[in-house]
Design a protein around this ligand. Structure first.
Ligand code: NAP
Length: 303
């Protein structure tokens, strides 16, 4: 069984491969690294690449994708690339421009999935995080249903195959689902999800509505100092994960990734280390008992 072929069908008929490769790295990591690791990830078998306008690495990730297409490793249609609409572009008239900016950086004709990064609008402009003279973030007032209609137009224009959301709660999702004249449902909701925040209620809601939950920070996040309390427990050191890893002769990371797959969650894994990139792809190997996932995921013929 080819591990690259595992995927789940989205509610618009496209397929999203599991797992996905996360490309975000903090500012201090040289951007060129994003290109190197994306190539390594594709070589290792990842077919789903996750990035965003906000990560400021789409030029490098696009370069890596195009180089792996040029060297014959993959075809464009083998890959599933996700980009995200940043918060300063949530006004409906800015949505298509934002996606076109990403496509220009990527030098691709389309993305496979375009998602609203957060349900929070910020003041439009050049600054990713616009702030006032007191250092406070400047928000914007936008009707997100109008933003969604602009997302639908991007799909109709062929700039993205699928559209979805990120960091939405069930109430925010309901707003879209109940919107009069809704043309396309969100295909996914990408949220923080790991054994310390398992999102079980949101997952039940998403399953009920045929929306795929995509887990980020599934390995416990990069614990970036300015964002994460450094005294909080480290997920991959968790005694239960470590005991399970020992019992099943796997690593804690593989247990954490496999946990998501067994609950029907598409999982992202970020690593900028070749050994760990290869290790993470093992989550789809026979050795980890992939056969058990047959009832959850499809073997996608087009991938
Ligand atoms: P993560 O996947 O939770 O990974 C956290 C850390 O685990 C990485 O820094 C990595 O360090 C380490 N790691 C990876 N594989 C490992 C292994 N096999 N054993 C031990 N350690 C391992 O990181 P994340 O960036 O928080 O989330 C993943 C992706 O989700 C992001 O890159 C981004 O694409 C997306 N994301 C989306 C949002 C959103 O708002 N939608 C928010 C956050 C993240 P090394 O690099 O040193 O291996």
């Amino acid at each position: 069984m080819d591990p690259k072929r595992w995927c789940v069908e989205l509610n618009d008929g496209y397929f999203i491969p599991v797992p996905g490769f996360g490309t975000y790295a903090p500012e201090e990591v040289p951007k060129s690294k994003a290109a190197d690791v994306t190539k390594l990830a594709i070589n290792a078998g990842f077919r789903h690449i996750d990035s965003a306008f906000m990560y400021n690495n789409e030029e490098e990730v696009g370069l890596a994708i195009r180089s792996k297409i040029e060297d014959g490793t993959v075809k464009r249609e083998d890959l599933f690339y996700t980009s995200k609409l940043w918060l300063t572009f949530l006004r409906p008239e800015l949505v298509r421009t934002a996606l076109e900016k990403s496509l220009k950086k990527l030098q691709l004709d389309y993305v496979d999935l375009y998602i609203i990064h957060y349900p929070t609008a910020l003041k439009p402009g050049e600054e990713l995080l616009p702030k006032d003279e007191h250092g406070k973030v400047i928000f914007d007032t936008v009707d997100l249903c109008a933003t969604w209609e602009a997302m639908e137009k991007c799909k109709d224009a062929g700039l993205t195959k699928s559209i979805g959301v990120s960091n939405f709660n069930s109430r925010q999702l309901e707003k879209f689902l109940n919107k009069p004249g809704l043309k396309y449902k969100p295909v996914c909701n990408q949220v923080e999800c790991h054994p310390y925040l398992n999102q079980s209620k949101l997952l039940d809601f998403c399953k009920l509505k045929d929306i795929v939950l995509v887990a980020y920070s599934a390995l416990g996040s990069q614990r970036i100092k300015r964002r994460v309390d450094q005294s909080s427990p480290v997920l991959l050191d968790d005694p239960v994960l470590c005991a399970m890893a020992k019992k099943y002769e796997q690593t804690p990371a593989l247990i954490a990734l496999r946990y998501q797959l067994q609950r029907g969650v598409v999982v992202l894994a970020k690593s900028y280390n070749e050994k760990r990139i290869k290790e993470n792809m093992q989550v789809m190997s026979e050795a980890v008992g992939i056969g058990l996932l047959k009832n959850i995921f499809h073997k996608c013929s087009s991938l």
